[in-house]
Design a binder for this molecule. Structure first.
Ligand SMILES: Cc1cc2nc3c(=O)[nH]c(=O)nc-3n(C[C@H](O)[C@H](O)[C@H](O)COP(=O)(O)O)c2cc1C
Length: 173
């Protein structure tokens, strides 16, 4: 495999979520929908960032667990890691905006691998806060990596975002 191979690594939580002013029950999380579109358009490999302990299905409970993890600067354990990270030159990193940044499980993922010399291309789904402070946080954790301009997609519009994603991918090349 060439070093320029692409990896799409994402965290996404299916279940109850807040969307356009109400609560919806998502069978597939919004970030996963975006990750699959990116996978289709780039032909990269796809990897799910999967915490050992799942987040609650209920929206309210999930926000409480996430807030507590953020305050504690927690690093939730992951069930699996990428053992061939050396093969990839470009990593599309996807996550929902949780309390203004990435879920703490994404910090666990970033700290578990060496991204120096690689390009990280962030994408995020959200309900109003955009990328928040996530790009800065990625740059802080992944020393030696180049962090490209990310794409923020409103979660409730993700199924209609293919054109925006394709345009953005054109600019990240
Ligand atoms: C724990 C939690 C915290 C969230 N915090 C924010 C936030 O700070 N800003 C925001 O715009 N959206 C926030 N949201 C909404 C999610 O970012 C949005 O619904 C996203 O598309 C969910 O992606 P997923 O389905 O891939 O998990 C939050 C959702 C959850 C469950």
């Amino acid at each position: 495999m060439s070093k320029s191979a692409k990896l799409i690594a994402y965290f996404s939580r299916a279940g109850e979520n807040y969307s356009s002013g109400g609560i919806v029950d998502l069978p597939v999380g919004n970030t996963e929908v975006a990750a699959r579109i990116i996978q289709k358009l780039t032909g990269g490999d796809i990897f799910r960032i999967d915490p050992v302990t799942s987040y609650p299905q209920g929206y309210q409970e999930a926000t409480e667990v996430a807030r507590e993890e953020l305050h504690r600067d927690a690093r939730p354990a992951l069930s699996v890691h990428v053992d061939n990270m050396g093969d990839y030159g470009e990593i599309y990193l996807g996550y929902p905006n949780w309390w203004g940044t990435m879920p703490m499980a994404v910090f666990t993922f970033l700290e578990a691998h060496d991204f120096s010399g690689k390009t990280i291309v962030p994408f995020c789904t959200h309900e109003g806060s955009g990328m928040g402070r996530s790009e800065r946080d990625i740059g802080r954790v992944c020393t030696g990596a180049t962090v490209s301009k990310g794409l923020a997609i409103r979660g409730s519009l993700v199924s209609r975002a293919e054109k925006d994603i394709a345009d953005w991918l054109g600019k990240t090349k």
